[in-house]
Design a protein. Structure first.
Lengths: 223, 223
C-alpha cells in the first residue's frame, strides 16, 4: 500500500487496511480462521498472487497471524491477531451503513451463505462482555443458504452466528438463497421472496421477535 | 469503482466508498462542507482529476450533494447527504482502530490542524441526540495547530469540534504542532513533546479531566 503520508489516524488505518480486497480478507477471518485455499475460494474474483500479497502485508502490519496447523490439516492457517479483531466494529459499522444497498437483491452478484455470519453481526447486537440484557429473545436457528449451514444463537446478551455442519439441530430452520434469508432476517417487509422457515409456534414467535428487532438495536458498548 | 460483485453489505458499502482516497474525501466533508479547491488543498497528493472523479462517483451514489453557493462565494460547494453523514460512525471507528498507529509521530507525513476535528470525534464521545450524561466535564478549548484554529466544546452530552477563526475566545488555549496537540488531547503519557496549554486553574483541571477520558468512553448509542 502506498501510504497516504498523513498524520491522521483514519489515513493510517487505511494505510493498513485500505487496499482493494483487504477489508474483505479481514471479513473472512472475522467469520473464522481460514486456510489460504479456503480464503481464495471464499473471495470470488481475487487473483491468487493478490491474496498472497494482501495476507503478507496484513501479517507484517500485525493484523493477521499465520500458524502451521498439525496433521491431518497440515496447512498454514490464517487468523486475526487481537488488534486485527478490533476491526470487527468498524467493518460491522460499514456493513450497517451498506444495508440499504442490499435491497436491490442479488442480481448477478456472487453470494455465499457464510457471508450471512457477517450480515448477522451487522443486523443484531453482539453478545457483550458485560452480561446486560440486550432485550433480544433466546432462540437457536440453523440457516441453510447457498450450500452453507450457519448456526445463529440468540440470548438476552446478544446474537452470535458461526458456520456449522449441515443437519445441526436447532429450534428454527431457515432455508433459502442468501437473498431470501437476508430479507427474512432483516425483517424486510418489502416485496420479494422470503426464506422457508420451520419450527414450533413458540420458537417461531421468538424468531420473529428477533427479526423485527434487526438494525434497531445498536452494538453495545464495551472496550 | 469496479464492483466486488458480492451480495454482502460490506462489499456493497466498499463498492461506494472503498476506492483509494474516497474515505478521506468523506472525512473532509465530515469536518464541514467544502469547495473543490479547498478539498484539493486539504488532501495532499491527490491528483485533481482523481478528486473530480471521486466526487462525481459519490454524487451519483447519493453520498455527496453539490450546490452552487451564492455570491460572494460563487462556487460549487460539496456536502454530505443524510446517508453520507451516516459514514461518520464507521469512519470514526476505523480512526479509533488506527490510534495506536499515531504513536510513531508525524515523521515525514503531512499534517493539518483541521484533521484534529476528526481525531477529536475518534477520541471523545459525540453529543448524543438523547441528552444523557456522558460524564465528560464542560470546557471550551481553542486549538491552534499547523496554521488552523479549532474550537472544541465539551459538555456533559459529549464533545464537538469545528474549524474556527484565529483568536476565538475560549477557556483553554492549546497551541503546538498537530502531533503535539494529538499527544496532549489523547492523554498520552509516553515520551514526546506536548502542546503548550494556557488557562485558569479551574478550566485546566476540567481540560485534563477531559483528556484523561480520551478513548475510554465509547461513542454513545443512537439510531
Amino acid at each position: 500500500m502506498k501510504s497516504y503520508g498523513e498524520f491522521c489516524s483514519l489515513s493510517r488505518a487505511l494505510d493498513v487496511v485500505g487496499d482493494r480486497w483487504t477489508m474483505l480478507v479481514v471479513r473472512e477471518l472475522l467469520v473464522g480462521p481460514s486456510r489460504y485455499s479456503d480464503l481464495h475460494k471464499a473471495l470470488p474474483g481475487i487473483a491468487t498472487n493478490l491474496l498472497a500479497s494482501r495476507l503478507r502485508a496484513l501479517e507484517e502490519a500485525g493484523v493477521v497471524a499465520a500458524t502451521d496447523a498439525p496433521a491431518p490439516v497440515s496447512a498454514r492457517v490464517y487468523s486475526l491477531t487481537e488488534w486485527g479483531r478490533g476491526l470487527q466494529r468498524p467493518l460491522v459499522e460499514l456493513a450497517r451503513w451498506g444495508v440499504p444497498l442490499m435491497s436491490a437483491g442479488t442480481g448477478e452478484d456472487h453470494s455465499r451463505g457464510r457471508w450471512l455470519v457477517f450480515a448477522i453481526m451487522a443486523l443484531f447486537p453482539e453478545p457483550a462482555a458485560t452480561q446486560e440484557d440486550s432485550g433480544v429473545p433466546a432462540v437457536t436457528v440453523r440457516i441453510d443458504a447457498d450450500g452453507d449451514s450457519l448456526l445463529l444463537v440468540s440470548d438476552p446478551t446478544g446474537v452470535r452466528a458461526s458456520v456449522t455442519s449441515a443437519g445441526e439441530p436447532a429450534e428454527v430452520i431457515v432455508a433459502g438463497s442468501s437473498e431470501e434469508v437476508f430479507r427474512t432476517l432483516s425483517g424486510d417487509r418489502t416485496e420479494g421472496p422470503h426464506a422457508h422457515v420451520t419450527g414450533d409456534a413458540d420458537a417461531l414467535r421468538r424468531f420473529f421477535a428477533l427479526t423485527s428487532s434487526a438494525l434497531t438495536a445498536r452494538p453495545r458498548e464495551s472496550i
